[in-house]
Design a protein around this ligand. Structure first.
Ligand SMILES: *Cc1c(COP(=O)(O)O)cnc(C)c1O
Length: 413
């Protein structure tokens, strides 16, 4: 460890796992693009042989994330302290699944990121024979019903997308480890970031991130990370990262590390603005319902207060009316970009039923409450009052009838 592990996260995001470059004293790690490293004598080298296996820029990012998630694994034990960077969030998930033998039983949250569900159900159920029991893990009795003594992994997301459902991480680890203490518990922490929630502290074994979202935070890198506090899982992941090879490149690692320097102040602004906007939306006449973990109206607000340090930057709303109202709102915002993804400095707005969750069947969408009036907001770090004015403009347009002034076009449903 390069810094005192008890310093606060706002200090860690700048310094954790970092040290000046030994050759030049450079404060930021050089982007080490070399694929290979010269050896003095066969097998005698400085710890770097080939960049799939070892890369100093990637290590700098991995050590940072290891410290933020609190792996507690020393650099003597593992050169990147138990965190591993991949070319995308899904590449990280794919490598994590390789911890399991073929035919293993796993339990997964029913409300998962669509791409995770696709990898589980349409790829690994076939190619790896995984037996996956999906359950609503917000409900302890359903977790108990899904778990068996043979369950090898539990996969959780909290908050979920787009419903912002919360899973009680301490409850899940207590119940799952009670049934099988060898079971590996994984939490996709993408929506919260380590500033807001640290699953390893609640008894989880592995944290996964799509660093494409809040960790990088600038909508200019696709990447993924895993972090573990279990020395055995750490050794397996180190082997698998190299054996499978879906590693993050040095330039992406550099950009992500640069993004993380502002993670603490970004998350504070995201959460502060999201709270203000959620409260404003809740009193707006054009809005049927607002889902935000920081509002007392959120059904799991008590879990949010216990488990999260701040409530994040994602808000889901249901508009009054139907698809036409939703379309008009989405077409009439100017600061919010109508786009998929989340977690960047710029505010984004999207329509889950037509955009991010279009691949689900209409029945599944209905079951998950993804209706035609549902709109998802990723609150950026712009001025919150400007964002409110922009949403007001969109909501006013949503309420106008087709007879209203201005150009109208016929919407195809
Ligand atoms: C985006 C996302 C992923 C997938 O990550 P990619 O970087 O797009 O491969 C996984 N989980 C969650 C919650 C996400 O939002």
């Amino acid at each position: 460890m390069s810094i005192d592990p008890t310093v606060r996260l706002a200090t860690k995001v700048i310094h954790a796992g970092q040290r000046p470059d030994p050759v030049t004293g450079a404060v930021m790690p050089p982007i080490s693009v070399s694929s290979t490293y010269a050896q003095e004598s066969p097998g005698v080298h400085k710890g770097f042989e080939y960049s799939r296996s070892h890369n100093p820029t990637r290590y700098a990012l991995e050590r940072m994330v290891a410290h933020l998630e609190g792996t507690g694994i020393s650099e003597e034990y593992d050169p990147s302290c138990g965190a591993f960077a991949f070319s995308s969030g899904l590449a990280a998930i794919g490598t994590c699944l390789e911890l399991l033998d073929s035919g293993s039983h796993m339990v997964a949250m029913d409300d998962l990121y669509g791409g995770t569900n696709r990898l589980f159900s349409r790829v690994r159920a076939r190619s790896q024979g995984l037996k996956i029991a999906y359950a609503d893990l917000t409900d302890e009795s359903r977790l108990r019903a899904a778990m068996t003594a043979e369950t090898k992994m539990v996969w959780v997301e909290t908050p979920t997308n787009p419903n912002l459902k919360l899973a009680d991480l301490s409850m899940i680890s207590r119940v799952a480890k009670g049934v099988n203490k060898e079971c590996i518990l994984v939490c996709d922490n993408t929506f919260a970031s380590p500033i807001i929630q640290r699953p390893l502290e609640h008894g989880f074994d592995v944290v996964m991130h799509s660093s494409t979202k809040y960790l990088n935070g600038h909508s200019d890198v696709v990447g993924g990370l895993l972090a573990t506090n279990d020395p055995q899982v750490c050794a397996q992941l180190r082997f698998l990262q190299n054996a499978i090879g879906s590693v993050m490149g040095p330039f992406d690692a550099y950009l992500t590390l640069r993004g993380i320097k502002t993670l603490d102040i970004r998350m504070q602004r995201h959460a502060q603005s999201a709270m203000k906007i959620a409260q404003w939306l809740e009193s707006h006449a054009a809005v049927e319902r607002v889902v935000y973990p920081g509002l007392p109206s959120h059904p799991q607000h008590a879990i949010a207060k216990r488990q999260m340090n701040g409530f994040g930057g994602m808000i889901t709303i249901y508009l009054k009316g139907g698809l036409d109202e939703a379309r008009r709102m989405l077409e009439n915002v100017r600061i919010f970009a109508l786009a998929e993804s989340l977690g960047g400095v710029e505010s984004l707005i999207e329509h889950p039923a037509i955009m991010t969750h279009a691949s689900l069947s209409p029945d599944t969408r209905r079951m998950l409450g993804i209706s035609d009036t549902m709109v998802r907001l990723s609150i950026g770090i712009e001025d919150a009052d400007d964002l409110i004015a922009d949403l007001e403009h969109g909501l006013a347009a949503a309420r106008k009838t087709t007879a209203a002034s201005g150009p109208q076009r016929t919407q195809k449903v």
